[in-house]
Design a protein around this ligand. Structure first.
Ligand code: 3HC
Length: 348
């Protein structure tokens, strides 16, 4: 944010433009302090805009890359019911990506630009999607733990200071809540099934538990963006705060599922009023962020391939929109004419 202070303006060290900037900074800060929403037409500091683009892009990329590990099981779902549920869930994730890319576009960045950065490795997606889905139970563990962690992190984003992001999160959270429920229900069925099914569910929870805790980001003392993002009310809680909340939610749910969380150090601390838990392997987290997780290479190369293979669909949609544009120009705006090209979704 521009470092213009009220002192500078009253001391007369600033020109007219600087005074106008100081007024805009003051109006922005007052709106954030009053819990008002910042909208696309409002002035905002460049750093606020850049932080939002970074986080929203990372979030949108996570949604579409997250389609891959689960789509891996669509053809092998054990029943028609499970297949229909999984297909709907994977389609929801594509939709979440679309809402978020659209919300990011209100900040003056295009979807093409964000996708180019993802494909070039210049923007991140969530660490969690660099782990493989080895068995059918992983679909349940992803729903229960990964979508559960996502909801814990994302419900507070419904109160984010940036209007389009906050509004997109309302619908996303409702759908994520369904995703979490279906994962829980799937694991419950396996846990109560045969001995082999129970073991498969336990194995999936063992593998997904720690990476799910890493989803919340580095510990607070190592989180470079949290302080500023919380001051701007983009983030409402710190990474550790949300991680602790998630553990408190999961412990009784694991008991109800008849499954164990793979952490011998989890215990209730009466004094703190929350669960304590064991040390997270932050070296593993950093390795995954650097591209050395089990599936980083596979995820990004599959994404690039899907994008290239989908080029003809984007071209066809754009040509179709252009062809029909003149006939409808009296009733539709140019933005509406070009909309179909942007709403074409690729296979993950
Ligand atoms: N995976 C990958 N990168 C991560 C990460 C993770 N789990 N957690 C943190 N990072 C990165 C940050 O992007 C940042 O990178 P940079 O410095 O190169 O920009 C760095 O690690 C330092 O972390 P910070 O804590 O300072 O970063 P943030 O303040 O942005 O906090 C966050 C990280 C909590 C993930 C926050 O960005 C956030 O709340 N994002 C919105 C939610 C989101 O992106 N969720 C994706 C989850 S998956 C999903 O939603 C799909 C669903 O279907 C499950």
């Amino acid at each position: 944010m521009a470092a213009v202070t009220a002192d500078q303006t009253t001391q007369g060290t600033l020109g007219t433009q600087d005074v106008a900037d100081a007024d805009r900074v003051a109006a922005f800060e007052a709106a954030v302090a009053a819990d008002e929403r910042i909208e696309p037409r409002d002035w905002m500091p460049d750093a606020y805009r850049a932080t939002l683009v970074r986080q929203m892009a990372q979030h949108a990329h996570s949604e579409i890359i997250g389609m891959q590990p689960e789509a891996n099981w669509i053809t092998r779902a054990p029943s028609l019911r499970r297949k229909a549920i999984l297909m709907a869930k994977v389609q929801d994730e594509a939709g979440h990506g679309l809402y978020l890319y659209s919300a990011a576009e209100t900040l003056g960045t295009s979807r093409e630009e964000l996708l180019d950065k993802l494909h070039a490795g210049r923007q991140r997606y969530s660490s969690i999607f660099n782990y493989p889905t080895l068995t059918w139970a992983d679909v349940g563990a992803i729903g229960w733990l990964v979508d559960g962690a996502a909801i814990t992190n994302q419900v507070p984003l419904c109160r984010c200071s940036y209007g389009p992001y906050a509004r997109a999160m309302v619908r996303i959270c409702k759908e994520e809540s369904f995703h979490q429920r279906q994962g829980y229900e799937l694991l419950l069925a396996l846990s109560r099934g045969t001995e082999a099914q129970h073991a498969m569910a336990q194995d999936a929870v063992n593998r997904w538990w720690w990476p799910s805790l890493m989803m919340f980001g580095p510990p607070d003392e190592a989180s470079s963006h949290s302080e500023q993002s919380m001051a701007w009310k983009i983030k409402r809680h710190s990474n550790d705060e949300l991680r602790r909340r998630f553990v408190d939610i999961c412990v009784p749910q694991a008991e109800a599922l008849g499954l164990e969380l793979p952490d011998p150090d989890i215990r209730w601390n009466e004094e703190l009023g929350r669960h304590e838990f064991g040390a997270i392997d932050w070296d593993e987290f950093q390795a995954v962020l650097k591209g050395n997780g089990p599936c980083n290479e596979q995820r990004i190369s599959q994404r690039r391939r899907a994008h290239e293979e989908g080029a003809w669909v984007r071209d066809a949609a754009a040509a179709h929109a252009a062809k029909h544009a003149p006939a409808q120009s009296s009733t539709r705006t140019p933005a509406q004419h070009s909309a179909p090209a942007h709403h074409v979704e690729e296979t993950a």
